[in-house]
Ligand binder design. Sequence first.
Ligand SMILES: [Zn+2]
Length: 356
Amino acid sequence: MLIAGRSGYGSLAIALALAQYLTCEHPGDDACGQCKSCRLNAKYTHPDVHFSFPFINNKAQKKETSNDYLTEWREMLHIHPYFSVSEWLIHLGGDNKQGNINAKEISNINGKMSLKSFGGGRKVLLIWMAEYLGREGNKLLKLIEEPPENTSIILVAENTDRMLPTILSRCQFFPISKLHDDELHTFLKNIEGDGDVDLETIVRLGDGNLGIAIGLTQDVNQELSRIFKKWMQCCFIGNGIETMKFIKEHGNMGRESQKAFVQYGLHFFGEYLRYYAIGDVDILRLTSGEKVSVQKLRNKLDFENLQKIVAELERLNIAVDRNGSFKIHLLKATIRIHQYFRSSYSSPASAGIKSI
Ligand SMILES: [Zn+2]
């Protein structure tokens, strides 16, 4: 089975629940939650539930398969199972490195799945972020097509278009869509209670993604918002010295942070577009500070140039994906975006840049 959808929508959580159900000793409509198997699953230590996921290959520390990262994996799951692959890799200390499911891991999987089950019952293989298999996925075709007896294989993926068609065609497809605002609200209320947190705002910003919503309750997005705003000010003013200062300070951010930075930008301008089109600030998935920025931007950026800025961010996204020099691409993007602001607004220097 292939469970497809962002982790923040609950795709991994559903896969874990399914693994527990499949191995439960007394299953009814759901896993019993009481048997030995269920108790082991609650700790993610069931010997017949095998996990595979992207990780950072570290030969020096002999961390070369998922098995070597199970401690970190369980730590993450115990916090919550709605984390993104970026958050996972940062947890592994690999901010500047790309995660991977490598050839050695594939042999590890094939080896594990050929063994008899420990408890004599069903065996489950859960591969999280199956798109990271890349071409190595071909080596799993036989296993996926004809799993050993009493064996279930659950793949979880966010970008199925990055998966090999040969794998996709062998899976039962189970798509997960984002949560409704009221579902997100109920969930957050259960974990946050009625404390100081502004649940209404978080639900709106979370946009159906539990991982993002939980992150917002922990203020992780505020830093991104601050850095992005600073960058936009550089783009708008076009002062060479200030721009170089910004790039010197932030051009060295790790790869996963670069991705998050660009994604934040795309989110911000996506919301700006909605504001541009509808003119209603209340419907935006933005914080109150960001809403003020959006309103101020209204007279400084027209639709045509907004499209160009979004295209620029998409280009930056591709550059990050290809591991290009972030500093150089950030500088190029700054210069181009400055030009778009200029052609949107006749005299940016006098527009009161501090107010964006
Ligand atoms: Zn059970």
